[in-house]
Design a protein around this ligand. Structure first.
Ligand SMILES: NC(=O)c1ccc[n+]([C@@H]2O[C@H](COP(=O)([O-])OP(=O)(O)OC[C@H]3O[C@@H](n4cnc5c(N)ncnc54)[C@H](O)[C@@H]3O)[C@@H](O)[C@H]2O)c1
Length: 350
């Protein structure tokens, strides 16, 4: 039986990875200390997801381990020598990072270094999958010329019809402290590939979403929006008239990309990973879609100041990933994602 080590295993992507790998016959060791609750308060508590996952899986071994705990991480790698590492544990919000800079950097950058070093010492041949973010590009995507449409912004230059590719620069731009700590991790993951020849990949995520998100105001926009509608709470739109665009990918499609890499790994790979244009939506459009599904209007408030480091229009160009892994594609449409969120937001399960 192959062993996979998944960090952030109670979070959105980590939990999907656990279930996905468990179903495919892996023994899965999950590391998560529920730090999302510490970051985001009760909305961020992932205990419900851990409980759900424990029932739904057969070979899942959750462990309450902090990725900052270097000794335990190195020891876990030495004892388990996993065949696959999927690193999803993170402080994921750029807003929060400014108030907790040490925690943000220690979890995102130093935690990643601990895992890379554990892998190098104990299982350097095993594919190492890192969930990076489009925030490594900082504000640079906002420098592209945009057109303002009725409900969204879009790129003015047809060269960007498919979105932003991996040649977008990552320096000389404002990232937020979160983006900066993720850049540090992203570059380290690439370096362990290039310098040590390890099979590492950075998936620079667009908006990763799905029904198992403990959506909080500061992170998890669609899940949080669905919850605001369910609980009749006020949803705050921050700047850009609500016309800011994100491309959304279901956590299942993130896992199939991860699996494609596991089956045919490369060294120091970097891919943008989002839903692409077909799965792109603005905040205003998402509100309208979800209001329709819930059959009631959202209580909303407009804050005339965008979040710092927020992208105005971000669509992931999936060309490089399609070229290297032609069998991979987005299989879950935006409509299905919204349906799932609306269904799951209905009972008080999240
Ligand atoms: N969700 C998105 O829209 C999105 C977009 C781009 C990139 N990403 C990246 O994908 C990865 C997964 O994101 P997600 O949405 O699943 O986040 P999430 O917050 O749902 O999950 C992260 C998990 O990591 C755990 N964690 C946090 N600090 C920890 C620590 N010190 N030790 C052990 N566990 C810890 C949390 O408790 C949580 O369960 C992150 O690296 C994030 O930056 C996410």
């Amino acid at each position: 039986m192959k062993t996979a080590l998944v960090t952030g295993s109670s979070g959105l992507i980590g939990s999907e990875a656990v279930a996905f790998l468990d179903e495919r016959g892996f023994r899965v060791i999950g590391l998560d200390n529920n730090m999302r609750r510490d970051f985001f308060g009760p909305d961020g508590d992932t205990t419900w997801n851990l409980q759900r996952l424990t029932k739904a899986t057969s070979h899942f071994e959750p462990r309450d381990v902090d990725v900052r705990d270097r000794d335990t991480i190195l020891r876990s790698f030495a004892e388990e020598r996993p065949d696959l590492v999927v690193h999803c544990a993170a402080q994921p919000s750029h807003d929060l990072a400014a108030s907790r800079p040490f925690d943000d950097f220690e979890v995102n950058a130093v935690g990643t270094l601990n895992l890379l070093e554990g892998a190098r010492q104990s299982c350097p041949e095993s594919p190492f999958v890192f969930l990076s973010t489009n925030k490594v590009y900082g504000d640079a995507p906002n420098e592209l010329e945009l057109v303002e449409l009725e409900t969204r912004y879009d790129y003015a230059d047809p060269a960007y019809a498919d979105g932003i590719d991996e040649s977008m620069r990552i320096d000389a731009t404002m990232h937020s402290l979160f983006g900066a700590s993720k850049v540090a991790a992203d570059v380290l993951v690439q370096e362990y590939g290039r310098y040590f020849g390890m099979p590492t990949v950075c998936f620079r995520g667009g908006c990763l979403t799905g029904p198992h998100h403990s959506g909080a105001e500061l992170h998890g926009f669609l899940a949080y929006l669905a919850r605001a509608l369910r609980d009749v709470q006020t949803y705050r739109i921050y700047g850009y008239k609500g016309k800011q665009v994100r491309d959304n990918i279901h956590s299942y499609d993130v896992c199939t990309a991860m699996m494609a890499f596991y089956e045919a790994p490369r060294v120091a790979a970097v891919y943008n990973l989002g839903g692409g244009r077909a799965n792109s939506i603005s905040v205003l459009e998402a509100i309208e879609e979800l209001e329709g599904r819930f059959g009631r209007p959202l209580q909303r408030e407009y804050v005339d100041e965008p979040r710092r480091g927020d992208h105005i229009c971000y669509i992931s160009d999936l060309g490089r990933l399609h070229a290297d892994y032609p069998g991979w594609e987005v299989t879950i449409s935006l409509d299905e994602i919204l349906d799932q969120l609306a269904e799951l937001a209905a009972p008080a399960t999240t």
